[in-house]
Design a protein around this ligand. Structure first.
Ligand SMILES: *Cc1c(COP(=O)(O)O)cnc(C)c1O
Length: 396
């Protein structure tokens, strides 16, 4: 096995680095944790489950509050736990305001529609941030809205939505806030001691650097207690999942055992790295190396630095006639790095992730690889079409 923690960048035997927002490149230690089989009812596995649940609550500082947060793990990809949160915590006669500025906001609207909850979409297009002022106006004009569901970092563009300002407006109106922090949890602060919200969801294969297979909701205990019988679904019922886990220490249905122990190992490494501050610092440094290096080559990031997360960065595609993303992708992959296609509807773009087991060495190497790939393609200028820049104005 090749070493992933002190990697040789051009090692011919190792898998390419995934510069994608999950699944992402994990450490050898995390992968090795999966080489054992566990009985889901066994005391050793129950202890792992209990440990990860309390460590996840600690990440938001939610344990010692008067109304503490509890952790409810849920099998499946991230969208399963988003749907479980919405379906369990929004009453059947509830109404949810959902700011949308990318695929994940749109997906919440779709989930709510499928499960028959009233929904008010606030469509901001591909990447513009929802403003606290417009949320204030909508809530003031529609007293039937019970909840606001917000994507923290909208992974479609990499924008960091203004969570705190929106949370304060929602609290001022006495409504409830549900957060999809899938791609930010563990790297960007969400502090239950100072931020007013009811629940936040995330999954194993993003900033905590585990492997895909489950997610979790952290929910205010009183809110979860009051949610009995509200869910539209048996499997996605957070209340029932929580009650069963509290009673037996076991998961209600078959847990992804190997994935759970991998997250436990990933959390050991998270704490060794300095927890949220350490991880945030590494990712922010990764992003800065990436953006500085690519700007020097003529690439243009979509967002101004004010909105740019340390999770994933969107770049405009070069306008040069010899540029094609599929050819560029293959040329970069041959050099050991997997990029991510863009998701904007109006302009051509691509994305590069900053998260996972990647360090300055890899970020410098991917910048160099992208430069070589341009040369290979015969692209002499990486700057975007001025019309694309004009069509994608940077939010103030
Ligand atoms: C990854 C992600 C999800 C979940 O996506 P899955 O493909 O179901 O894991 C949800 N919201 C955001 C913001 C994400 O980045």
């Amino acid at each position: 096995m090749t070493s992933l923690s002190s990697p040789s960048v051009s090692h011919p035997l190792r898998d390419p680095y995934l510069l994608t927002p999950g699944p992402l490149t994990t450490s050898d230690r995390t992968k090795q944790a999966m080489l054992r089989d566990w009985g889901s009812w066994d005391g050793d596995f129950k202890a792992v489950t209990a440990r990860i649940r309390s460590r996840l609550v600690d990440i938001i500082g939610g344990g010692a509050l008067e109304d503490p947060f509890v952790c409810v793990p849920m099998q499946g990809s991230g969208s399963f736990v988003v749907e479980a949160m919405l379906g369990t915590l929004v009453p059947r006669d509830g109404k949810v305001l959902v700011p949308m500025n990318g695929a994940y906001g749109q997906r919440m609207v779709k989930s709510l529609t499928v499960m028959g909850r009233a929904v008010v979409p606030l469509d901001k297009g591909d990447y513009l941030p929802p403003t606290p002022e417009e949320i204030d106006r909508i809530l003031a004009n529609d007293p039937a809205i019970t909840h606001l569901a917000l994507v923290h970092c909208e992974t479609s563009s990499g924008i960091l939505n203004p969570l705190r300002a929106i949370a304060e407006v929602v609290a001022k109106h006495g409504r409830r806030l549900l957060i999809d922090a899938m791609s930010s949890f563990g790297a960007l602060s969400i502090d239950a001691r100072s931020l007013p919200f009811d629940a936040v969801v995330a999954s194993a294969n993003k900033c905590l650097e585990g492997v895909p297979g489950f997610g979790w909701a952290l929910v205010k205990r009183s809110v979860l207690e009051a949610a009995e019988g509200q869910a539209h679904s048996l499997t996605l019922d957070l209340h029932d999942q929580w009650r069963a886990m509290e009673a037996s220490g076991q998961w209600r249905f078959t847990p992804p055992t190997h994935v759970v122990v991998a997250l436990d190992a990933a959390l050991d490494q998270y704490l060794e790295e300095g927890g949220l501050l350490g991880r945030h610092a590494r990712y922010a440094h990764n992003r800065d190396i990436l953006v500085t290096g690519l700007e020097r080559q003529g690439f243009h990031p979509l967002l101004d630095s004010r909105w740019r997360s340390p999770i994933i960065v969107t770049f405009h595609s070069p306008a040069h006639p010899k540029f094609s993303f599929p050819a560029f992708y293959e040329a970069v992959k041959r050099r050991g790095f997997v990029l991510y296609p863009g998701k904007l509807t109006k302009v051509e773009s691509f994305r590069v992730g900053c998260i996972g087991q990647v360090f300055p060495e890899q970020m410098n190497a991917v910048v160099a690889a992208m430069g070589e790939a341009l040369t290979e393609l015969g692209v002499t200028d990486a700057s975007p079409d001025p019309a694309a820049l004009a069509a994608a104005p940077i939010p103030a």
